[in-house]
Write a protein that binds this ligand. Structure first.
Ligand code: FNR
Length: 373
């Protein structure tokens, strides 16, 4: 279909659902257990109300911001997600191409279906990436991957270490569809034939997680990482104010945290990022000035993005939206997804009476309905 005729992210997801394989859809769509966290991730934004100010000149609107000291065109980035080529041959490279004109950042997964070198090939000047690390049991393999990333310093600007899924959640949709489609073992491109194979197969998630370390700790993993990269570290999967506070103690090696529950794919009934943002605001607001706080999960509308920014997030990530954009229309589908979100963010900012991203703040929202303590 003509991508321009699609008006919102739900319509794009609907098209992708029809086009991609059943196995791919089940892997992308799935979340853990009863998928409570997945649906709450989005619903929580609907309970926050905006407080528009009027009689303000809103002819101008600037969505650019800075992340880790780099200028970006949008406070919106692509979250790391495995196996983009399950939905479209353009894969993670197609996602990079689709967002390039927006100056948006992309985090590439350890379990990407293309190599980190392929993904950034031909990217726009100034287009930047982060690389997401799942530490492998065989540390030497992770060290070799980090060495490859270190060789592309003009592209990969940080390492995002994922902490919320030391073991995969119980994703029943994904498990149910394990026998659909190709019998090829599912594995990450960066490890290639070197990837450990799970005996007996399993869902896509179970196969990808095989060989991933479950023994990461604050005390042991960060010093190990410092030995193998000098890139800034972003900790992904923080879900409480206690851990946000701990993360801050590791600045400046740790430059940002991502409040995330893995799109509801790790622990079901874990809190949406909005709750963690509210906790941090209440118990340790100094976190916001010491390190950057990014969030992801459940983003479907520009207003969702703006609300997270008002609560103190510096950037907001989309996981499934990028994958479904790719599945709906390849590079063009990803481009359309970001075009819609950018236009919705601009309309929202204008109607709030805000010209610049950094002027957004708690005075533009009423979040009382989601404040619990
Ligand atoms: C993910 N996510 C993820 N996270 C990560 O750190 N490494 C990974 O390899 C993956 N893989 C992955 C695959 C798929 C299919 C999905 C849907 C998600 C989690 C991702 O980075 C992000 O936290 C969530 O996707 C955000 O939620 P939404 O935007 O999908 O609702």
């Amino acid at each position: 279909p003509d991508m321009q005729s699609l008006l919102n992210l739900d319509e794009i997801e609907e098209v992708a659902t029809k086009q991609v394989s059943k196995k791919c859809w089940a892997y992308y769509f799935s979340a853990s257990d009863d998928m409570v966290t997945k649906s709450f991730n989005n619903q929580v934004y609907k309970q926050i109300l905006l407080r528009p100010r009027v009689f303000i000149d809103c002819t101008k609107c600037d969505t650019s911001t800075s992340l880790l000291g780099h200028k970006v065109g949008l406070p919106l980035y692509v979250s790391p997600a495995a196996m983009a080529r399950l939905s479209h041959p353009a894969g993670e490279h197609g996602i990079a191409q689709g967002i390039s004109s927006f100056g948006a950042l992309q985090i590439v997964s350890t379990n990407a279906s293309m190599t980190p070198e392929q993904i950034v090939e031909g990217s726009a000047p100034g287009q930047i990436f982060g690389w997401q690390l799942y530490v492998q049991n065989e540390r030497k393999k992770s060290e070799a991957m980090l060495a490859r990333i270190n060789k592309m310093p003009d592209k990969y600007k940080f390492i995002a270490l994922t902490l919320d899924a030391p073991v995969p959640g119980k994703r029943e949709l994904d498990e149910k569809s394990k026998d659909l489609g190709s019998s090829e073992p599912i594995r990450s491109a960066v490890m290639g034939a070197d990837a450990p194979k799970r005996p007996g197969g399993g869902g896509v998630g179970q196969q990808l997680f095989f060989g991933t370390a479950a023994d990461l700790t604050w005390k042991t993993t960060l010093p190990w990482l410092a030995k193998h990269t000098s890139l800034p570290i972003v900790l992904k999967g923080i879900q409480t104010h206690e851990d946000a506070y701990l993360a801050m103690q590791y600045a400046p090696q740790v430059k940002a945290i991502i409040l995330s529950n893995h799109g509801g794919r790790a622990l079901d009934t874990a809190p949406p990022a909005v709750h963690t943002l509210l906790e941090i605001r209440k118990y340790c607001p100094e976190v916001f000035s010491r390190i950057e706080v990014w969030v992801d999960g459940g983003i479907k509308r520009g207003t969702d993005v703006v609300k997270a920014l008002c609560l103190g997030a510096k950037a907001v990530g989309v996981g499934r939206a990028a994958l479904f954009g790719l599945g709906a229309g390849g590079v063009e589908g990803v481009h359309r997804t970001f075009e819609i979100l950018k236009a919705e963010i601009e309309t929202c900012m204008r109607l709030l009476g805000v010209e610049k991203v950094e002027d957004l703040g708690p005075r533009y929202i009423n979040s009382r309905a989601v404040e619990r303590d």
